[in-house]
Write a protein that binds this ligand. Structure first.
Ligand SMILES: Cc1cc2nc3c(=O)[nH]c(=O)nc-3n(C[C@H](O)[C@H](O)[C@H](O)COP(=O)(O)OP(=O)(O)OC[C@H]3O[C@@H](n4cnc5c(N)ncnc54)[C@H](O)[C@@H]3O)c2cc1C
Ligand SMILES: NC(=O)c1ccc[n+]([C@@H]2O[C@H](COP(=O)([O-])OP(=O)(O)OC[C@H]3O[C@@H](n4cnc5c(N)ncnc54)[C@H](O)[C@@H]3O)[C@@H](O)[C@H]2O)c1
Length: 472
């Protein structure tokens, strides 16, 4: 039963978590297991971005695209499969099913009337009450001494003339499309832009990716991002980098995208525009001002390394706290907060954060890029190993890509790695674990790895330094 805002005292909890994203759900269960009365408030679907339109369905869709790609290339392996037809509606239905099943698993983990309690609705902070912070959820008022904000992000839509005059695709609605687009103009060459470009291309659409930067994935070293661009170009993805979208005209279900690149002006005629130009935090309608919780100019909540906001008792987790925006970092935030709220408080956001880009080849990354290391004035040695030198990569027909490894020139400790390879996001974990263990390069170089595996290449790059001791 809901209680009107002015109808009796607020329901009391020990912790109210706003947003059932990647931190909120496990944290709710953990705190309840530790004996806290916990309320989790969600305005839409349990699982947030990752489960409902992000990681889960995009990787399911990319898996379909991989099957189509492999089928088209079957003859290279001596296998004839005939003409390959992609049923776009079936691809999308599969992605929706995988997403739905994941969400249903989360829903089944909450018992009506149990602890943690689940309340559906949009939550807003409403200042302080007698026992802690007041939170309005529709007509109901709840109160708790500890609040966790896990409200995530939504697509950042750039201020391009004409864009909003008609429909456009973005991370939040792409799953609704059932008809294969003819020509997608992808705005943005970050994580979403490159993954979704390869998806649409492999299911048969024409794709033109436009980015204002000169390189894809702006944080990466140029040799890495340019190699990925080359792989996508080989599949027919077209690029307009260092370009600016001046305006967009919607016309009877089609779109005309006016692009300038230096002195060159073009009009791209497309069926769809997909906006992948970054994310903005869901903090603008959260009542943060009622407590004075500090946010930066982009609306990102300011936190310390314990995920405490500027207001005592108010914590933030996941994308809404800025910094790396990944499911695994949001999930680790849950462990940081469990440590702060019921543990010894020792766990913090001082951590090594790897990430993957799930194109084919995949990019697995950890630590510093070469540019970051040199910009920071580090004495660094760099080695590169091309996958076409690895037996397994050739046997699998996946010789594209390379591994780049950075070590500290003084102590030979690993500083960072980029693995652009089939299964690169899996392979990078060897480096993650060595870096967390502060293990020197020799541990990897002297290990025995199974033959034939891609993991031999993970080791081979570490041995490259010994072939050329002067390498810097
Ligand atoms: C297309 C796409 C692909 C991605 N792929 C990957 C990937 O492969 N790997 C990876 O690591 N990361 C990926 N990410 C990023 C990942 O999804 C996010 O980093 C992760 O979901 C962040 O989780 P979160 O808990 O911070 O927020 P979210 O998962 O966004 O959850 C926030 C929740 O809060 C709810 N909410 C917001 N405001 C309120 C309110 N006022 N009241 C009640 N509820 C509210 C929202 O409805 C939502 O359910 C991807 C993202 C996108 C968009
Ligand atoms: N594999 C993964 O882990 C994964 C996958 C998808 C998304 N994500 C998360 O989602 C977040 C958002 O991804 P994203 O790709 O939307 O953002 P992003 O910040 O990674 O990339 C945005 C890109 O858009 C470009 N851009 C911005 N404004 C533009 C404009 N007006 N015209 C042309 N280009 C423009 C930028 O130069 C940049 O390259 C990422 O930070 C990431 O953490 C992760």
């Amino acid at each position: 039963m809901t209680r009107a805002a002015n109808d009796g005292p607020p329901r009391l909890f020990d912790v109210v978590i706003i947003g059932a994203g990647q931190a909120g759900v496990p944290l709710a269960h953990d705190l309840a297991s530790a004996g806290r009365r916990v309320l989790l408030v969600e305005r839409k679907h349990l699982g947030g971005s990752c489960v409902n339109f992000g990681c889960t369905p995009t990787k399911a869709a990319l898996a379909s695209a991989q099957v189509a790609h492999d089928a088209r290339h079957a003859a290279e392996f001596g296998v004839r499969v005939g003409e390959v037809h992609v049923n776009f509606a079936d691809v999308m239905e599969r992605a929706r099913r995988v997403s739905r099943e994941s969400r249903q698993g989360l829903e089944a983990s909450f018992d009506p009337g149990g602890d943690p309690a689940l309340l559906r609705g949009h939550a807003r902070l409403a200042g302080r009450g007698e026992h802690g912070v007041l939170v309005h959820v529709g007509d109901e008022v709840v109160e708790a001494p500890a609040i966790v904000l896990n409200t995530g992000t939504r697509s950042l839509v750039p201020d391009v003339e004409g864009l909003r005059d008609g429909p456009f695709l973005h991370a939040g609605n792409w799953l609704e499309l059932d008809e294969r687009p003819e020509h997608v103009v992808m705005l943005g060459g970050g994580y979403i832009g490159v993954e979704m470009s390869q998806f649409y291309r492999r299911v048969g659409a024409r794709v033109t990716l436009v980015d204002r930067g000169e390189h894809l994935l702006g944080r990466e070293d140029e040799d890495v991002s340019d190699a990925l661009r080359g792989a996508l170009e080989n599949e027919g993805v077209e690029f307009r980098l260092a370009s600016h979208v001046e305006r967009i005209a919607h016309d009877a279900g089609a779109v005309r995208v006016h692009v300038t690149s230096g002195d060159r002006r073009d009009v791209l005629d497309a069926s769809h525009v997909f906006v992948a130009t970054g994310r903005r935090p869901n903090t603008d309608d959260l009542g943060l001002e009622t407590l004075g919780v500090r946010v930066n100019e982009q609306g990102v909540i300011e936190v310390d390394e314990r995920l405490s906001t500027s207001e005592p008792g108010v914590w933030a987790a996941g994308d809404v706290r800025g910094g790396p925006m990944f499911t695994h970092t949001a999930w680790d935030d849950y462990r940081v907060l469990a440590s702060q709220l019921t543990g010894d408080g020792s766990r913090t956001t001082r951590r090594l954060v790897p990430y993957g880009v799930f194109t084919d080849p995949q990019l697995g990354r950890v630590g510093l890029s070469e540019r970051e290391a040199r910009d920071a004035g580090r004495a660094v040695r760099v080695a590169r190993y091309d996958l076409n030198r690895n037996g397994k990569a050739n046997e699998l027909g996946r010789p594209d890509g390379f591994i780049k490894l950075l070590v500290d020139a003084n102590d030979d400790l690993l500083l960072g790695a980029a693995v652009l390879a089939s299964q690169g996001a899996e392979l990078v974990h060897v480096y993650v674990d060595l870096m967390n263990a502060d293990a020197p390069r020799a541990v990897l170089a002297n290990a025995v790895h199974v033959h034939p595996t891609l993991s031999e290449a993970v080791q081979s790059v570490a041995r490259e330094f010994d072939r050329d001791p002067q390498r810097s």
